[in-house]
Design a protein around this ligand. Structure first.
Ligand SMILES: [Zn+2]
Length: 283
């Protein structure tokens, strides 16, 4: 995979601020901040780290970040992938697509979806429409799950943006009801669809002719990295790693084979219409 640094406009850098719970302000503090925000027109909540800046607006780095050059390069990488993924969806969905950002954090963070720790892995929060990522996950992906490579990392990012697309297009709303887990659960259908959507982006990225700032171009073998990653984080594999057994009624993301299959479908077709995992799960 080749990529070129962009302007980091797809990143909300909270690495210097996260690592513990956000300042507890209480209801009194909340009211004061709300009044200040209303009267001054400035978003005082942004000071707490829960600010909702408009996409495209640059959010500066806050706090002290002790980051290696390698980590800073990883930030540029995430920005380039996120930018490329979002350009692809804007192209596919037109005006229905709304850009968002990847919130980078360390150890733990407070999102609109609650308090989350890095151990949860990367996630998408529908409440604030942000993708959350601790860069440390990429080490885990490579070392613990045996899926190294930049396109494996890109697949994970693109998967989270797949959830954003579901949120924007209302697919997620369909996902209410039924058992919360299990091979035929809505959760599994949504997760496999996000894998397929990651593949749809992979298809678009594979046809990017020329490398420009904030974009990526695929190289031969890249798809294999994503397939290895998809295979590494299937429910059956993860369950075997942690408990030595496979419990299909506890599935939330689908098996390794299913994750690979749906990523492939997206990658080969380049068509979100090929990603109807709900049809599969209802039969
Ligand atoms: Zn997911």
């Amino acid at each position: 995979m080749e990529w070129e640094s962009g302007d980091r406009s797809n990143i909300e850098d909270m690495r210097g601020r996260s690592g513990g719970r956000m300042v507890p302000i209480g209801i009194g503090g909340f009211v004061i901040l709300l009044l200040l925000s209303v009267f001054t027109g400035k978003n005082f909540f942004a000071l707490l780290g829960s600010g909702d800046a408009a996409p495209g607006q640059s959010v500066g780095t806050t706090g002290t970040i002790n980051a290696s050059a390698a980590e800073e390069r990883l930030v540029d990488f995430v920005d380039a992938v996120a930018n490329d993924v979002q350009d692809s969806w804007a192209h596919i969905l037109g005006g229905r697509y709304q850009r968002t950002r990847v919130v980078l954090f360390r150890d733990a963070i407070e999102s609109a979806c609650g308090f989350a720790q890095s151990a949860t892995g990367p996630f998408y929060c529908p409440g604030d429409r942000r993708v959350y990522l601790d860069l440390g996950f990429f080490n885990e992906l490579s070392q613990r799950f045996g899926a190294p490579g930049d396109f494996a990392q890109a697949y994970v990012i693109a998967h989270e943006f797949g959830h954003h697309v579901q949120n924007l297009t209302g697919i997620e709303a369909r996902g209410l009801g039924g058992a919360p887990t299990g091979a035929r659960s809505t959760s599994v259908a949504l997760e496999l669809q996000a894998d397929c959507f990651a593949g749809v982006w992979g298809h678009a990225a594979a046809s990017n002719g020329q490398l420009t700032a904030g974009h990526v171009v695929l190289e031969p073998g890249d798809a294999d990295e994503a397939i290895r990653a998809a295979s590494a984080i299937g429910d059956d594999r993860l369950q075997k790693m942690s408990t030595g057994r496979v419990a299909p009624d506890q599935f939330t993301h689908g098996t390794s084979a299913q994750r690979v299959e749906w990523f492939r479908r997206g990658m080969e077709s380049g068509d979100p219409g090929a990603c109807n995992t709900f049809a599969r799960s209802t039969h």
